[in-house]
Design a protein around this ligand. Structure first.
Ligand SMILES: *Cc1c(COP(=O)(O)O)cnc(C)c1O
Length: 429
């Protein structure tokens, strides 16, 4: 199913990108567990290699199971195309790769997944890229951080670990003025709760490892392109606007128009960086997405109930859930995440670091793991784990200080979750 009437989200999450298998009529998307595809003849092969015809060559670049998933996520996000990758971190590199070059920088929010802060503050330097981190609630600081070498602005819609909501409308107005793309990591919100492209995002990235697959079985990522950015407006994005030597001087933007970024991601990014998603993983993620809206509704309902209860417990100093009226981000919910503030937040314990450690060790239903967005409820003490590589200042700026525990609320019975938390909070004192 590609075109059609304006189907609703619940229909698209099951049908977008999927059609009965042309060879067998199989109703479910088959797992095309193949490395290569037979060419019709030598002319067909040459046309595929020249990008004159779209088709399957080799599964590092394209695979029908992965293609179904790409189309499904692109449709749910309201984008024109998508490129799946082997992980969320791979998706971030794949999003930046066509935009960046030695000496170029990105302006990134201080409130990001811990691994992303490390990727941006350390690892990308090896490519000659750098990141300038600022508080994205301070719009003047975001503006001031952008310079002539800035090639993208990067933030999360619902930001790790506190579940803070970024004002995507205000941030995209700034990136638009500067003529550079806005990349939004929509992992914690999913397109069910937030559609960043409607708020001006150029590219949307996901760790599909989290809510999209939803059950902690897969590592995967995706970059979705809005198709709206004019890569040829100036000479800042030569990978997309200038002749590409590896394809006889083809210009991606001129040739593929709004699909330029997607074609570049496959024909250059996957071809040469090789961060490919395997078809088995794509299958699990396709299965997960079929129930995305149902799971997200339950995640949100449970998170509201658990966060409201936690706020009243006397071992608790603060709860950051944006769905709570006490949150400074509460007034952004209706505009940015109209179906709810997600299932992720932090709780700050009065007992500090020691209480946090006792708390996570005393839980039974909640698992202490480095993951989020699972059907099961999960916790992590960020300061000693995911945000461990960060300086104390970076930890505080990220909302991951030593007395803070990140909670990812699952879809179990909320009364059982509250009973488990109550027992562990009492044990933590
Ligand atoms: C997990 C996560 C990532 C990294 O994704 P992987 O699939 O683990 O590589 C990036 N951003 C956010 C918001 C995440 O939660």
């Amino acid at each position: 199913m590609t075109d059609g009437p304006d189907y609703g989200f619940d229909t698209l999450q099951i049908h977008a990108g999927a059609r009965p298998d042309p060879a067998t009529g199989a109703r479910q998307v088959p797992i095309y567990q193949t490395t290569a595809y037979v060419f019709r003849d030598a002319d067909h092969a040459a046309a595929l290699f020249n990008l004159q015809e779209v088709g399957y060559i080799y599964s590092r670049l394209t695979n029908p199971t992965v293609a179904a998933l790409q189309e499904r996520v692109a449709t749910l996000e309201g984008g024109v195309g998508a490129v799946c990758c082997s992980s969320g971190h791979a998706a971030q590199i794949m999003a930046l790769f066509p935009l960046m070059g030695p000496g170029k920088n990105i302006v990134a929010s201080t409130r990001l997944y811990g691994g992303t802060i490390t990727q941006f503050s350390q690892t990308i330097k090896r490519f000659g890229w750098s990141a300038n981190f600022v508080d994205f609630d301070d719009l003047d600081a975001v503006k001031a951080a952008i310079n002539d070498d800035t090639r993208a602005v990067f933030c999360e819609s619902i930001a790790n670990p506190g579940g803070y909501i970024t004002d995507l409308d205000a941030i995209s107005a700034i990136s638009d003025d500067a003529g550079i793309p806005l990349i939004v990591d929509n992992t914690s919100a999913t397109p069910y709760l937030c559609r960043p492209i409607e708020h001006g995002a150029t590219l949307v990235v996901h760790s599909m490892t989290k809510y999209l697959t939803g059950n902690g079985t897969v590592t995967g990522g995706v970059v979705v392109d809005s198709g709206r950015f004019d890569w040829s407006a100036n000479d800042k994005f030569p990978s997309l606007s200038a002749p590409e030597p590896a394809y006889h001087g083809l210009k991606f933007h001129e040739t593929f128009g709004p699909l330029a970024f997607t074609f570049h991601g496959i024909a250059i990014g996957l071809r040469d960086l090789g961060m490919t998603l395997n078809p088995q993983a794509a299958h699990y993620t396709l299965m997960g997405i079929e129930t995305l809206s149902l799971r997200m509704q339950k995640h949100v309902e449970n998170a509201m109930e658990v966060a409201s209860w936690l706020e009243t417990h006397d071992a608790v100093e603060a709860v950051t859930y944006a769905g709570l009226p006490s949150s400074p981000y509460n007034d952004r919910v209706a505009r940015i995440c109209p179906k709810g503030a997600g299932g992720l937040f932090t709780v700050k314990l009065k007992g500090g670091y020691d209480a946090c450690v006792k708390f996570v060790d005393s839980l039974e239903i909640f698992s202490h793991v480095a993951n989020l967005g699972d059907t099961r409820s999960l916790v992590i003490h960020s300061a000693s784990t995911t945000h461990r590589q960060l300086t104390p200042e970076q930890q505080e700026a990220a909302g991951a200080g030593p007395s803070v525990v990140r909670i990812s609320i699952g879809i179990e019975d909320p009364a059982d979750l509250i009973a488990d938390l109550n027992k562990a909070l009492n044990a933590s004192r």
